[in-house]
Design a binder for this molecule. Structure first.
Ligand SMILES: [Zn+2]
Length: 466
């Protein structure tokens, strides 16, 4: 958005002048002050191309959407505007559901692009070394830092696999970060890097957290799950049974590469796979295993950039897309991926699928967008609440405005959203009806302060490690 457009946008939305009383020494950021006044209960987004990702609604050209009390109230044209509604002009823009990331280790965000160039410096050993230095406060800082980037990149729901779970406090940090940053999510209580294999799963801690979230309405949009150890862990059956008694969903890394072949089949033989399981990676999944997963209703999450970067091989996108498996995507870790541009992971999957099929028309961008919206919501059991632009669902939305050099011409909205869009083009990101990003700025936090804190803590830890 250029300056003129921006002024226009602000004028139309009544924001002109709000930033003019800012004290530069205030502990509040200019953003917070400016946008506090913009956190209405009712918005009308006007004249967007709406890609609802709801089969019954389909796509709407130049339509309006009314948001009320955190929910999508109406879609269409000539919507009667309730008093006190803020109107947002989205002329020519593309509105998609907020993106859902189905696998991320948020705590590794301070270690951005730190997977190095030797066995000692590689992803697993590097993260293990740093993991020991983290405190619960560092866990929350890292989660905030990851979520801020997620929001900037259009992600409004995250499944965090916390594998630096040294105590319930370390896992609670993810809950607090998600809640304070205004997104919804799922947190898997995992292990930690240097945990002895004989240490039992911390069901006492899991129970404590379960109680905490049941008793606190502020955590109502976050659920707790079990981050399972690998398929060959000897107590896996007992652990999963116990998790299921507590109503926890289960996330497991399985058949990630050739050396982990047969892990999905092993889970199937033990009768463990079901709809409440999120299998991560599956780069070495076989055709038989695809059928097993199909028949049990488990979801499978690909994290294409981290899988390729670490040498797990290519995602099995063609086999998975052609199956009935609920396919999802995730960032996994910015220690490997560098950034959290989830739409780019979708583009990579689309391009890889077409390349494998040697067919320009093999995978439509709508099919990959499903993976990061409605499929993600199904995976996490929240498809009645989010995952599509449907009246009654939570207002979790991303508006791509066609005003930037890389995102201006063209009229094929799915292709533009997947192939052209960058996080900078996401001019508005809304979660639960609150605007979390507006005109390229995060509204709910002091971004510069967060960056400083993250940089400083990383620098300290790096000194401690030497
Ligand atoms: Zn992972």
């Amino acid at each position: 958005m250029n300056k003129e457009n921006r002024r226009d946008f602000l004028k139309k939305t009544g924001l002109v002048g709000i930033g003019s009383f800012i004290n530069p020494f205030s502990v509040f950021s200019e953003n917070q002050r400016k946008f506090n006044k913009f956190q209405q209960n009712s918005y009308l987004i006007k004249n967007a191309t709406i890609l609802s990702m709801d089969d019954e609604i389909g796509d709407l050209a130049s339509a309006d959407i009314l948001i009320k009390d955190g929910k999508i109230a109406k879609l269409g044209n000539q919507i009667e505007i309730p008093p006190g509604t803020e109107t947002i002009n989205a002329e020519g823009g593309i509105l998609i559901p907020g993106l859902i990331d189905c696998h991320w280790h948020l705590w590794t965000s301070l270690l951005r692009s730190m997977a190095g160039d030797s066995a000692e410096e590689g992803y697993f050993k590097m993260t293990a070394r740093f993991s020991r230095l983290y405190t619960p406060e560092d866990m929350e800082l890292a989660a905030n830092y990851a979520i801020a980037e997620a929001i900037y990149s259009g992600i409004t729901c995250i499944s965090d696999y916390n594998h630096n779970a040294r105590s319930p406090e370390f896992v609670k940090a993810s809950f607090d970060a998600m809640t304070n940053m205004g997104i919804r999510g799922h947190v898997s209580y995992g292990t930690y890097r240097d945990m002895p294999g004989s240490t039992p799963t911390d069901f006492k801690g899991i129970n404590e957290l379960k109680q905490l979230i049941n008793l606190n309405s502020k955590y109502k949009d976050i659920s707790l799950g079990l981050g399972s150890r690998s398929a060959n862990y000897q107590n896996i059956e007992k652990d999963w049974e116990r998790a299921r008694e507590l109503g926890l969903q289960i996330t497991i890394h399985a058949s990630s590469n050739e050396s982990q072949k047969d892990q999905i089949a092993s889970l199937f033989r033990k009768n463990l796979l079901a709809e409440d399981v999120n299998i991560i990676h599956g780069n070495a999944i076989t055709p038989d295993e695809v059928k097993m997963v199909e028949n049990t209703g488990a979801s499978l999450t690909m994290t294409p950039y981290s899988e390729m970067r670490i040498g797990y091989g290519l995602p099995k996108i063609n086999e998975l897309y052609e199956s009935k498996i609920n396919c999802c995507v995730g960032i996994d870790t910015t220690a490997l991926t560098g950034n959290a541009h989830l739409l780019d992971s979708l583009k990579l999957l689309q391009n890889l699928a077409n390349a494998n099929a040697k067919n320009e028309f093999y995978l439509h961008p709508k099919e990959v967008l499903k993976m990061a919206t409605i499929n993600g919501a199904k995976n996490l059991g929240i498809d009645k609440e989010t995952g599509s632009i449907t009246p009654g669902k939570s207002a979790d939305l991303v508006l791509l405005k066609k005003s930037d050099i890389n995102f201006s011409t063209g009229n094929k909205p799915y292709h533009l959203a997947i192939e052209a869009a960058l996080p900078e083009n996401m001019k508005l990101v809304m979660a639960k009806g609150k605007i979390l990003k507006y005109d390229e700025q995060l509204t709910s936090i002091d971004t510069n302060n967060l960056i400083e804190q993250a940089k400083n803590r990383f620098a300290e830890m790096e000194k401690e490690i030497k």
